[in-house]
Design a protein. Structure first.
Length: 384
């Protein structure tokens, strides 16, 4: 059943403290920047939402003219249409630019997961979408390498990590754990892959119309770092992660397609083992530990932090004000954490806006919504 779009005006003007939500229906969305939260592979709902907002026409082509769209990350995983979503946004970005508009996509934790080989939230349908792209010879090579590590380990390792892994990864379970399409998907999100190359050009934080857009949120630790520097750190971290994976592959102790989760389990197992690490592994493992405490993987980092959604407003109010002052913004817009009512909500007297409303219908059944930042400084909520 298609819901009639409606517009809810949240009167957040120059002073975010003056919040007096008014509800009003409207047949036409007002002009202004549109922000949309987590998609999680639900291409059909996402496309319908952008259509109702007047950003695309019936053929799915950009019709927003000079308007701007900001998507706050987590395009991927849990739904079957992640590849469609990627292709759609990559095309819209080009079409919007040609029309004088702009499509800005920021990274969410699920984009970083995919760029570092963590496919734990991918459905089998999503692997199947890459089946035709997978080279059988390359699949056989990767299988041989992974099973070889599981059977034989590496003389450079002290731990029984691969012995433990063999309980789940073996000849019998391999095709179930790494279904057809798995390695083509991994390559597509690698630094040289079609999607990985594009995602590595996307920011973690975007500032526009006095508004910071970030997937998870800004914690007290990261909120004091200029957002431009956070974006630089994320790019540097992705580059360093890939360099370290390639170094470990050369040393014969890891296969990158096992992913970041297994890599950090290996590092943890080695850390717990008696004796000193092999000299060739000491520096790579130390660098991986530092990366884990940085922008990409830190639970307090901008991709993962939930304090602005769940934390005490009384305790964090002054922190939010300080962060906004440092970053030169009036408000922060976040996704990542679904609102209890599956509708866009504000916290901290309008200084923080939560826009993850559970768009993926099969998994969350929420309300497809868009946040509209109007030219006069007001914001409004569009529900599809």
């Amino acid at each position: 059943m298609r819901l009639v779009p409606r517009l809810l005006f949240l009167a957040l003007v120059a002073s975010p403290a003056n919040v007096s939500p008014d509800k009003a229906s409207a047949r036409e969305v007002p002009p202004g920047l549109v922000a949309v939260g987590d998609v999680h592979g639900d291409f059909v709902t996402f496309e319908a939402l952008l259509g109702s907002l007047g950003l695309i026409d019936q053929a799915g082509r950009w019709s927003g003219g000079t308007r701007n769209l900001v998507q706050t990350g987590d395009l991927l995983d849990r739904g079957a249409g992640s590849r469609q979503v990627m292709e759609f946004l990559m095309r819209l970005q080009s079409e919007a630019r040609a029309a004088g508009g702009r499509v800005t996509v920021i990274l969410g934790n699920h984009e970083v997961n995919n760029m570092t080989g963590d496919f734990s939230d991918r459905s089998r349908e999503e692997f199947a979408a890459f089946k035709r792209d997978e080279d059988p010879a390359e699949r056989a090579r990767r299988k041989e390498k992974i099973l070889g590590l599981v059977r034989n380990g590496s003389p450079l390792l002290r731990s029984d990590y691969y012995k433990q892994l063999s309980r789940t990864v073996n000849e019998r379970s391999f095709d179930r754990l790494y279904p057809p399409g798995y390695f083509a998907l991994y390559d597509a999100y690698s630094p040289s892959g079609r999607y990985g190359k594009w995602l590595r050009q996307r920011p973690v934080i975007h500032l526009e119309q006095d508004t910071l857009f970030v997937h998870g949120g800004l914690s007290p630790r990261y909120g004091r770092i200029p957002f431009e520097r956070i974006n630089e750190q994320a790019g540097e971290g992705l580059t360093e992660y890939q360099e370290l994976v390639e170094a470990l592959e050369t040393l014969g102790v890891f296969e990158g397609s096992l992913g970041a989760v297994e890599l950090y389990r290996l590092v943890a197992a080695e850390k717990k083992s008696p004796g000193a690490p092999h000299p060739d592994l000491e520096k790579p493992f130390a660098r991986l530990e530092r990366l884990r405490r940085g922008v990409l993987f830190d639970g307090d980092g901008p991709l993962w932090y939930r304090g602005l959604a769940h934390g005490s407003e009384r305790r964090l109010a002054r922190t939010v004000e300080t962060i906004l002052e440092i970053q030169g913004a009036r408000r922060i817009v976040i996704g990542h954490t679904q609102t209890p009512g599956r509708a866009i909500e504000t916290r901290f007297e309008g200084r923080v806006v939560l826009i993850d409303t559970g768009m993926n219908q099969a998994v969350y059944g929420g309300k497809p919504s868009g946040l509209v930042l109007k030219p006069d400084g007001h914001i409004a909520v569009w529900e599809n």
